[in-house]
Design a protein around this ligand. Structure first.
Ligand SMILES: Cc1cc2nc3c(=O)[nH]c(=O)nc-3n(C[C@H](O)[C@H](O)[C@H](O)COP(=O)(O)OP(=O)(O)OC[C@H]3O[C@@H](n4cnc5c(N)ncnc54)[C@H](O)[C@@H]3O)c2cc1C
Length: 609
């Protein structure tokens, strides 16, 4: 029997992005002994890539903004299937969390009178995103990391968790291995927080880093937790399309927030044709009105002009670009054109420094002199682990989740900027709740040796097989299949085919072989990540098949309408392990109070009642 080094903590936080760091800080401040595990180096989490900003109704640029408008925007953007309590907590608490970050050392861009500057983004009624140029995530991670280190939080870097260890009383800890050596390690914890981020690596074209392999979703699922609304995968409208090596890399929505115009190959501004009828009144009616809005936004001045059509919600813009390309009006490399070069070059370089460098370095395009080529890219997971709104507690005792791995706040479509504020608001809440739970558990939990040995045997198996398939081939097939059959547009026949193909891929994965040693072995590491990607892909495909309507990021060609009678505002999909298979069912959404419903427009109130 292998002996494991076991580290014991009151609270174990798995994931050191914005959500994990914020949870760890809160738990530590509440008096808990905290261990923080991450599979890359501290500071390298995906949050560091965030560009455009964090949404919080502080009203620095638009005094008319308030939590009520932010709540409404989030609900309407999410097509009313958001958890209303989460949307309320997020909208009310985000401003304090941003100010707190500033107090901890984050240096935001400023208004002329010295307050935190806020920029417009798609689906937000007002300029609302606190930002640091287009490098907001870097500032956020730097600040949170400094704070966590100063508080003395114990960090375990380059350590991948592969299994949660459970007992009759719920989750008791975790098992994993050091990526540096391949050696196993165990953690005993009175409360465990998953903050492992998203799932983008299930698709070929994605803005996400290698870390986004759905680990937390799969770990929770295997421990008995529920995954909700997994059909809602956000395809960001603007990723790079050329050169091939950088296809999918994000082109921040801040480009459109600063006035970027989308055009087809003939120079036509096509977004005018795609505005949803029920929201058309919120957008400019002419090029001139849109230009007036851009001019005012660039000077942080209030205006009566309405926002440009490019600032429609992400799901809508992604479908528009997809359709333009499919119908033959795309750019030479299979995208469309995004143009900000009509603004003064110094302004573009100041507001979008990363985009300027990204296109110059990677595509030899000067965005101050000509347009970018862009197309949709897999970006964000709205679905995820089902949690209690106020505490982040999952349906499994002792297990909590926060950040992109958790679900509920964003409904069917996330508004840009709402993730970074989500990490802060719910990271803090979850950390506090985990510390409280830990305080109620008397002794460090006992870890079941049978589960530990089983997890250890699973680690060794791919290296011990004499033959078997290459893990990269299976991953390639998965990614290609997900893009083709479970992409922006879906049909029942394609989803059925995807489910069959996923079972086949799972069979191939079970016999996969890894070669080489255990130290820094990317092929061996990928085996476990691929297993997680297969679980989340199955949840996406099955949930997408279950939802027989189109809503937000989920577009069914065979059910093109939003079906408010069956699904409207009242149902989520839930995927759960049942007798060795994945069962998906619909479940009613949490009720919305009369007060919150009253904040919606009359048409939306009728749907939400
Ligand atoms: C290019 C880009 C730009 C974006 N810009 C914005 C923006 O401007 N505004 C906004 O609101 N949102 C933005 N987003 C979305 C936002 O950045 C993410 O949703 C958010 O950062 C996720 O944070 P997180 O804390 O949940 O996870 P992450 O920051 O991804 O952290 C996950 C952590 O979990 C660890 N981990 C994962 N699996 C394991 C495992 N098995 N064992 C141990 N550790 C594990 C990782 O090592 C990492 O430390 C952007 C996303 C991208 C891709």
């Amino acid at each position: 029997m292998t002996e494991f080094k076991t580290h014991a903590h009151d609270v174990l936080v798995i994931g050191a992005g914005g959500a994990g760091l914020r949870a760890a800080i809160e738990a530590k401040t509440a008096g808990a002994d905290v261990g923080l595990v991450c599979k890359s180096l501290l500071g390298k989490a995906h949050t560091v890539m965030a560009e455009g900003g964090m949404a919080a109704a502080m009203g620095h640029v638009a005094p008319a903004d308030s939590w009520k408008v932010h709540f409404r925007d989030t609900m309407v953007g999410g097509k009313l299937i958001n958890n209303p309590t989460m949307a309320q907590l997020h909208a009310t608490e985000a401003p304090d969390r941003v100010r707190e970050l500033e107090a901890w050392g984050a240096i935001f861009d400023r208004t002329p009178d010295g307050r935190i500057l806020q920029r417009p983004f798609g689906g937000h009624t007002h300029a609302r995103l606190a930002h640091v140029g287009d490098r907001t995530g870097l500032e956020m991670i730097r600040t949170l990391q400094d704070r966590a280190v100063a508080l003395g939080i114990q960090v375990y870097m380059e350590c991948t968790v592969t299994r949660l260890i459970t007992g009759a009383d719920g989750v008791r800890g975790a098992f994993g291995y050091w990526r540096t050596t391949g050696r196993p390690v165990a953690f005993a914890s009175k409360a465990t927080v998953l903050a492992t981020g998203g799932i983008g690596k299930a698709y070929t074209v994605t803005s996400n880093s290698w870390e986004y392999s759905g680990d937390g979703q799969a770990l929770a699922y295997e421990a008995g937790a529920e995954l909700i609304d997994m059909e809602f995968v956000q395809f960001h409208p603007t990723g790079m399309v050329w050169p091939p090596g950088v296809r999918g890399l994000l082109v921040t929505e801040a480009v459109r927030g600063e006035g970027g115009i989308l055009r087809d190959k003939d120079g036509r501004r096509f977004m005018w044709d795609y505005l949803p009828e029920d929201r058309r009144g919120e957008y400019a009616a002419t090029d001139e009105e849109a230009a007036t809005w851009v001019e005012a936004a660039s000077r942080s001045r209030p205006t009566d002009a309405r926002r440009p059509p490019e600032l429609s919600t992400r799901d809508n813009v992604a479908r528009a670009i997809y359709t333009e390309v499919k119908e033959g009006r795309g750019s030479p490399h299979g995208g469309v054109f995004l143009d900000i070069s009509y603004l003064p070059p110094e302004h573009v370089k100041r507001k979008l420094p990363s985009m300027y460098e990204q296109f110059k370095e990677l595509a030899d395009v000067d965005i101050t002199r000509g347009p970018m080529e862009v197309g949709p890219t897999t970006h964000y997971m709205m679905g995820g682990i089902r949690v209690e709104a106020a505490t982040g507690e999952t349906t499994v005792p002792g297990l909590f989740a926060a950040g992109e791995v958790a679900a509920g706040l964003h409904g069917a479509n996330r508004l840009g900027g709402n993730s970074l504020s989500d990490l802060l608001v719910f990271g803090a809440r979850t950390g506090a709740a985990a510390a409280k739970r830990a305080a109620s558990v008397a002794a460090s939990p006992y870890l079941d040796p049978v589960q530990l040995q089983g997890a250890n045997a699973a680690l060794a198996a791919p290296l011990e097989r004499a033959d078997g398939e290459d893990v990269y081939a299976i991953q390639r097939d998965l990614q290609e299949m997900m893009g083709r059959l479970v992409g922006i547009y879906r049909t029942e026949a394609e989803l059925d085919e995807a489910i069959v193909r996923l079972a086949d891929l799972r069979g191939r994965w079970r016999a996969v072989r890894a070669t080489g040693g255990r130290a820094y072995n990317p092929g061996w590491n990928l085996v476990f990540e691929l297993g997680n990607l297969l679980t989340v892909s199955e949840a996406i495909a099955r949930s997408a098949r279950q939802r027989t309507e189109s809503r937000g990021a989920h577009s069914r060609l065979d059910y093109p309408a939003t079906d408010d009678l069956t699904w409207g505002g009242r149902n989520s999909t839930i995927a759960r392990a049942a007798d060795g298979t994945m069962a998906v069912r619909a479940t009613p959404l949490p009720a919305m109070s009369d007060e919150l419903r009253g904040l919606l427009d009359p048409a939306h109130q009728a749907v939400a009642s």
